[in-house]
Design a protein around this ligand. Structure first.
Ligand code: PLA
Length: 464
């Protein structure tokens, strides 16, 4: 609430007035309403002279009065609303965060083992170099491209540790803004909601290419190719490496080849967001096939990586930005600029998650244990996907085809529910989800599938 202290002095009077509401009872002097002088250093205190009355105005209205309330985040805001709901049946299918069958958060065993190793070694807490932990950077690029990929041996990849997927994308956006002024980033329609925020904040122009076809509940491949072709030469094309968020629909290997053809023809630069490697299919290699295909063609490629999902390191903020370049010299220059951009933003990245990744990937026993745990997580999601489909198909007598649920991959299902229907899911059924109709199957258990099926059927048929 605004409040202001007003003191008025004259040879004969001295008065003090306090205002607690900027709308009601606002005093007017000589017909002019209370205004703040912008010329003075402090815009909220002014001294005015009016005839023989001199007014000294000390106003303790907040300096942040002009800052409006921001809307809740469309994804993370869902978790806030979920926490505020006291109903026991509530279900959080908003954010993509893996839960066990008991709907509890899960810390991977390999992560605990890696942390024990770190304790035993008594690692210190010194600053990392700006580019991050060397052992992590080596491990992460090898995991992405395959350890024997020639571009690694030829030192053609600039890899810097980033603040998970988001921070890595943001760093690359800053590089684009600085060295490719005016270049556009093409993003899929729809895409992960934060992509637009990232490029907006970095002042990088973007436009959308067609991706999802609601009629087929599948990929609009023709539209995608047309839009990529029509974009100005040398645009960046943002692609989801696997498990497209939010649709769960990926191009086939043949389609990836055609996408690479057009991108090459148009001299575009592919920019991959790899947030789910190993989490979509259960195989690290299979989920990196799209990126490797582009790299094998000799193309220059940007790749942001995240370990939030595949190693469950959400809060550790560990990921990387990789720029595959056509020469080791170009890679060295790009890396130097990524470091230069990172230094004033966050100086250097956090060490804990980087050590976990380096320990897990660098130790053959832990590495194979990780792969088994990843398969287990991906498998649990596939099981609830199947059970949800079975439950909906047997309960819904309308004849609607729900088989799209089984065609989607990764942790999400794009249900096709509109905003009103999604609101009904939350308001009536206490199922928390994003308003675009996306549900995170990683937050669902087999036991809750029937309940969710009832909620979806009700929302779909009874709400328009
Ligand atoms: N890229 C994509 C495609 C993502 O889906 C996410 C996370 C990220 C990057 C970034 O994750 P990170 O910064 O933790 O590495 N998307 C989540 C979470 C899982 C979120 O919105 O932040 C989602 O629910 O969509």
């Amino acid at each position: 609430m605004a409040s202001a202290m007003l003191s008025i002095t004259s040879p004969s009077t001295s008065a003090s007035l306090s205002m607690h509401d900027s709308h009601k009872g606002k005093p007017h002097f000589g017909g002019s309403s209370l205004r703040f002088s912008k010329e003075k250093g402090n815009p909220f205190s002014s001294v005015r002279s009016s005839g023989r009355i001199s007014m000294s105005l000390a106003v303790n209205i907040s300096r942040f009065e002009g800052i409006p309330m921001a809307p809740p985040d469309p994804i993370l805001g869902v978790s806030e609303a979920f926490r505020a709901d006291s109903n026991e049946v509530k279900l959080n299918l908003g954010v993509g965060a893996y839960r066990t069958e008991d709907l509890q958060p899960y810390v991977l065993n390999v992560v605990k083992k890696a942390e024990n190793l770190m304790l035993e070694r008594g690692e210190n807490k010194e600053y990392l170099p700006i580019e991050g932990l060397a052992a992590f950077n080596k491990a992460t690029v090898e995991l992405l491209l395959g350890a024997d990929n020639p571009v690694i041996k030829q030192q053609r990849v600039a890899t810097v540790q980033g603040l998970s997927g988001t921070g890595s994308l943001r760093l690359a956006a800053a590089l684009i803004e600085r060295y490719f002024p005016g270049a556009k980033v093409l993003i899929s329609s729809p895409t992960w909601g934060n992509h637009k925020n990232i490029f907006n904040d970095a002042r990088v122009p973007w436009s959308e290419y067609r991706y999802y076809d609601p009629k087929t509940v599948g990929l609009d491949f023709e539209g995608m190719i047309e839009d990529i072709k029509a974009a100005p030469e040398g645009s960046f094309v943002l692609l989801h490496g696997c498990a497209h968020n939010p649709t769960g629909i990926d191009p086939t290997p043949e389609q990836w080849e055609k996408i690479a053809d057009v991108i090459q023809q148009k001299n575009h630069i592919p920019f991959f967001d790899v947030a789910y490697q190993g989490f979509a299919s259960g195989s690290l290699d299979e989920d990196a096939a799209s990126v490797r295909l582009f790299v094998a063609r000799g193309m220059e490629v940007l790749v942001a990586q995240s370990y939030s999902k595949n190693l469950g390191l959400y809060a550790e903020r560990i990921g990387a930005m990789n720029v595959v370049s056509s020469s080791p010299e170009a890679a060295a220059r790009v890396k130097s600029q990524l470091k230069r951009l990172a230094r004033p933003m966050y100086s250097n990245p956090p060490v804990h998650g980087a050590r976990i990744v380096a320990n897990v990937v660098g130790d053959p026993a832990l590495f194979s244990e990780w792969k088994a745990e990843m398969e287990m997580m991906a498998g649990r999601i596939k099981n609830v996907r199947q059970k949800l489909f079975d439950s909906i198909s047997s309960k819904d007598k309308s004849g609607k085809d729900w088989s799209f649920i089984l065609k989607q991959i990764g942790m999400f299902s794009y249900t096709g529910l509109n905003k009103n229907q999604s609101d009904n899911m939350t308001n009536k059924w206490h199922v928390y989800m994003t308003k675009d109709g996306r549900i995170s199957l990683a937050g669902l258990s087999l036991a809750k599938c029937e309940y969710l099926a009832d909620a979806i059927i009700d929302s779909f048929h009874n709400v328009s």
